[in-house]
Design a protein around this ligand. Structure first.
Ligand code: TAP
Length: 450
């Protein structure tokens, strides 16, 4: 069976990709298990060197990977270049781990006690379509660095950069079978990662609904799992903030990647006394977002990934929706949707559910306690921003929001060197940062009697 890949900006056929069967998935997992034993037997410095070579290969292929993402996912070229550079950085940062994953020597009576961080074996990584290559690297780079093998299932719509990354790994000298990309259906390949006992951990990024299903499946074998799921993050603007900056940047906090971003600040909460002024400033900022051809260097927002997703996003904005104002978008061909600002009631569907498109809802709030209460009134807890000139308030509110990644006076969420992940139903576990490789190990304690 094959899957046809369309360019979301013009609906032309990019290529077709074969979908793996259960038997092919099992064969890939068995190959990964053999490669893992050879990989773990290498000297730590050799594993580090090969990962650095892989990072160098990605560095040399930044333009190529970016161009693939432009045509496969419709990402603006500048953003796609950043994504390829981020994959290189994640690999380079992870390459330090093989020589630094040290255990501890713990004082005990009657002997010597030592801990080791042992690899898990084969890790299955399942990725979504919104940031195909960056999210892939958050799984495979630290897993490889901790001496594991990786089988990776990309989303059906967006497998191309992951396939190229696997080739680059092989060209860099990684053992054959150590890092394999297996395109196919979630219900076939992804499901097999859960049920095949050789896979010792599943790293899943995607919807909360599928994440719950995977966690339940993994429970049967007490299989390790990391989940990066949905979000409905708040951008809280206090009246004492630099309103010009808060309004000028708010569109980029939600419309980046056409809103197909788990960290999208899709609820803007504005202190009531500043609400009218903020909306006045927000309107030209939204209309100024450059939406169009992703291959154009000036483009800030491209199309949505697929027609089915466009229809889902549009369903959140019926004809009688409380639209405050909108930006512009090409009319087609391609899966275009304009940046859209709503001013709905707090209990509206758009205020509660993840839209995963360029639609944001703005709400007034009364005071700090009200802002915190409403920001936390969601099953999700992934990201968020706080705009204020009062440092004490910034700290207080950041500590009170039930979310894994907060930013004061910015919309930054992701750095390769800092931990990333969600509270509540936004996920389980953390990726990136100095501890990322530890999530791909078991701690073993050995006592030597003396
Ligand atoms: P999903 O539909 O959940 O799909 C994610 C991945 O899981 C795809 O590769 C999919 O394969 C696979 N899959 C589907 N059903 C499966 C099953 N039964 N068993 C195993 N794998 C299965 O999500 P999506 O629509 O691609 O991505 C959007 C969602 O991801 C949003 O909710 C977003 O917030 C979330 N997300 C979260 C983060 C973080 S870091 N928290 C980052 C990005 C995205 P197919 O392609 O074949 O369906």
């Amino acid at each position: 069976m094959t899957h046809t890949i369309l360019n979301p900006a013009d609906e032309t056929v990019v290529t077709t990709v074969a979908a793996a069967t259960i038997e092919e998935t099992d064969a890939a997992i068995a190959r990964a298990a053999r490669a893992q034993r050879d990989w773990a037997a290498l000297a730590p410095a050799d594993r580090a060197r090969l990962l650095r070579r892989f990072a160098d290969a990605v560095d040399g292929a930044v333009e190529e990977l970016a161009a693939i993402e432009v045509s496969n996912s419709g990402h603006p070229i500048g953003q796609a270049r950043w994504e390829a550079g981020h994959v290189r950085d994640v690999l380079e940062y992870s390459a330090a781990a093989p020589e630094r994953l040290s255990g501890r020597q713990i004082p005990v009576a009657g002997g010597l006690d030592v801990t080791f961080h042992e690899p898990l074996g084969v890790v299955g990584v399942i990725t979504p379509w919104n940031f195909p290559m960056t999210i892939a690297s958050w799984g495979f780079a630290p897993a490889l660095a901790a001496s594991n093998a990786v089988v990776l299932k990309p989303a059906e719509w967006t497998p191309l950069t992951s396939l190229r990354l696997a080739e680059l790994g092989l060209e860099s000298g990684l053992p054959d079978g150590l890092f394999q990309v297996i395109p196919g259906k979630g219900s076939v390949v992804g499901e097999r990662f859960v049920t095949n006992e050789t896979v010792r951990k599943v790293v899943f990024t995607g919807s909360t609904e599928v994440g719950r299903h995977i966690m339940a499946g993994c429970a049967a074998q007490v299989k390790r799992v990391t989940l990066e799921l949905g979000g409905k993050s708040a951008n809280i603007v206090f009246a004492d903030a630099d309103l010009e900056r808060a309004a000028a940047t708010a569109p980029y906090g939600v419309f980046e990647n056409a809103g197909q971003d788990c960290c999208a600040r899709s609820r803007i909460l504005v202190e009531r006394s500043a609400y009218d002024r903020f909306m006045e400033l927000l309107e030209p900022a939204v209309q100024g977002v450059k939406v169009g051809d992703p291959a154009d260097e000036a483009t800030e927002m491209g199309p949505l990934v697929a027609r089915a997703h466009l229809e889902r996003v549009a369903s959140f904005v019926p004809d009688d929706a409380d639209v405050a104002f909108r930006g512009t978008a090409p009319s087609g061909p391609g899966f275009w949707y304009p940046p859209t600002v709503l001013a709905p009631a707090r209990d509206a569907r758009t205020a509660r559910e993840e839209i995963f498109g360029p639609v944001v809802s703005v709400f007034p709030f009364d005071d700090e306690a009200d802002a915190i209460r409403f920001a936390n009134a969601t099953e999700f807890g992934l990201s968020g921003s706080i705009w204020t000139r009062d440092l004490g308030r910034g700290i207080r509110v950041a500590r009170a929001i039930e979310s894994g990644n907060l930013s004061v006076n910015s919309h930054s969420s992701v750095r390769y060197s800092t931990p990333f992940g969600g509270f509540k139903q936004s996920g389980l576990g953390r990726e990136l940062g100095p501890d990322a490789p530890l999530a791909f190990t078991e701690t073993k304690n050995v006592f030597f009697a003396v």
